[in-house]
Write a new protein. Structure first.
Length: 171
């Protein structure tokens, strides 16, 4: 059995997952997680920030507390986001995605701002902070994925390559 699994994993599988199936797979992965690492850069200074997110399809929403990540996004509107499972059973449990996209910084004068707060379930946090409405002085970050690279080694057992790439359709 171990030799059979090794043979499958070493096989040069080039199966591309159909777009709809891949998008559904990615969407379910995003829904099943809540933490990511947001990578930004300004000049030659990179920054990786662990941060909570919520998703709708392939779009991420994050609460943008003021700080370095916001300054970086204003200077360089290209970000990368990594989300992954913990390594549990070795090589077979490798599973994660890398998203490349452009952040949209939403302020309270943008109609999407309050929708983003709803998506991020502000009511749950509001009880802790004693708020009756979403704060108006904190930016919301909306990241529309341009490309998503999925790495999931067990896909080889289904005849797919372990690395799959989803690209946004041109608008």
């Amino acid at each position: 059995m171990a030799n059979e699994m090794l043979e499958i994993m070493m096989r040069n599988v080039k199966g591309k997952m159909p777009r709809e199936e891949l998008e559904e797979h990615i969407t379910e992965f995003l829904k099943s997680h809540t933490m990511c690492v947001l990578a930004t850069a300004k000049g030659n200074v990179p920054r990786a920030t662990p941060i909570e997110y919520k998703s709708v399809g392939t779009t991420l929403y994050l609460v943008g507390d003021p700080g370095t990540k916001i300054e970086h996004m204003k200077a360089n509107p290209q970000v990368s986001v990594c989300i992954h499972d913990p390594l549990t059973t070795g090589w077979f449990s490798v599973r994660g995605i890398v998203i490349t996209g452009k952040p949209i910084l939403l302020t309270s004068d943008n109609p999407e701002y309050f929708e983003a707060w709803k998506i991020c379930q502000w009511e749950k946090v509001s009880k802790e902070l004693g708020l009756t409405e979403p704060p108006r002085n904190i930016m919301m970050i909306k990241i529309e994925a341009q490309s998503i690279k999925l790495l999931e080694n067990v896909l080889k057992f289904s005849g797919y390559d372990a690395t799959q790439v989803w690209e946004a359709r041109p608008k």
